[in-house]
Design a protein around this ligand. Structure first.
Ligand code: SF4
Length: 324
């Protein structure tokens, strides 16, 4: 284990919140987690973009906690989001166990290792990845995050990352404050994207059909077309030549009985026109009619609908063993 990486927990600055708390002594910052890694779920997931999912599914590890607290978070049971978290969801895993999860995902046929919201556990993930590599794990690594990392955090994880799946939520302070809980998000994301672009080659599909580089995800929030237009113009100016874009338009509220205005036909047409005008060709755009409305339930062994995921048997055993 690299002690210099683990010491980052002692005065934590892994994300732009810069809490400076000593997580090794059990203190927690905004992410709500000490230095003891908690995992909410692991298995194969087939809901990612096709070159990420691959044939059998992406090898997901969902971490508990999050440095942001987005009002719309669909994983609020595990992220501690604005709708409250459930500390009984998720299990604590050692570095060794985390490395074994990676190995078992490879044995299970995963297309890659896909770390979801691991920002606040970067030193532990790096330590586990080193062990996993020594044990023969060769899968590419997908870093699936909000882009809310500090440069210190990125410096640690970047050498291991093959593909960034980055949610670029907004560049607008007011929208960030309303939907992400932090206006600061809008001030930091441009710098993070600059870092990623300067550290990675142009995004491409390799000979095995896997995507590598940077896939930018952008979800349009209800009633914020202007902010999305601003994002798209910025994307075309600064990232288009280097990244792929996955544009999502189906906002699913964290409580399905809460209604939000949905995207109108004219707004969707405006987005398509803008894609053409800005010549954004590489990536994906969600169909307006892709109306799949469900939210994962992490209190269950299988949080996702059956066609989308298979829980990793090793994780299930670990979970049941630790729950009793
Ligand atoms: S990861 Fe971010 S939110 Fe969590 S303690 Fe560190 S600086 Fe604070």
């Amino acid at each position: 284990m690299n002690d210099s990486s683990m010491s980052a927990y002692e005065s934590c600055m892994l994300c732009p919140n810069s809490c400076h708390v000593d997580r090794t002594s059990g203190e927690v910052g905004r992410c709500g987690e000490s230095d003891r890694v908690r995992v909410a779920w692991s298995g194969l997931h087939r809901g990612e973009e096709p070159p990420v999912t691959g044939e059998r599914g992406s090898g997901m590890i969902f971490f508990c906690g999050c440095p942001l607290h987005c009002a719309y978070c669909q994983n609020h049971q595990i992220s501690g989001g604005a709708f409250g978290g459930d500390l009984s969801v998720g299990i604590e895993v050692s570095i060794e166990e985390l490395a074994t999860l990676m190995l078992e995902l490879q044995r299970f046929g995963a297309n890659n290792l896909n770390f979801v919201t691991g920002t606040h556990f970067i030193p532990s993930i790096v330590a586990a990845l080193r062990i996993a590599r020594e044990r023969g794990v060769i899968l590419p690594v997908v870093w699936n995050s909000s882009g809310y990392e500090s440069i210190e955090g990125l410096d640690m994880i970047d050498p291991f990352v093959d593909l960034y799946l980055v949610d670029v939520k907004t560049l607008d302070r007011a929208v960030a404050g309303r939907f992400c809980g932090l206006e600061r998000y809008a001030e930091t994301i441009e710098g993070v994207m600059g870092y990623l672009v300067s550290h990675h080659d142009k995004t491409c599909i390799d000979t095995d059909g896997r995507l590598s580089g940077i896939l930018v995800r952008h979800l349009m929030f209800p009633g914020t077309l202007d902010a999305t237009v601003r994002f798209l113009r910025w994307y075309a100016r600064t990232l288009k030549s280097h990244c792929w874009l996955s544009m999502m338009v189906q906002f699913v509220p964290p409580k399905l009985d809460v209604s939000f205005p949905s995207l109108s036909d004219s707004e969707y047409s405006r987005l398509i026109d803008l894609f053409n005008e800005l010549e954004i060709d590489d990536g994906f755009i969600q169909e307006q009619g892709d109306d799949i409305k469900w939210i994962p339930d992490f209190t269950q062994d299988e949080p996702f609908p059956a066609p989308f995921a298979d829980v990793l048997p090793f994780f299930l055993n670990l979970k049941h063993r630790k729950s009793y």
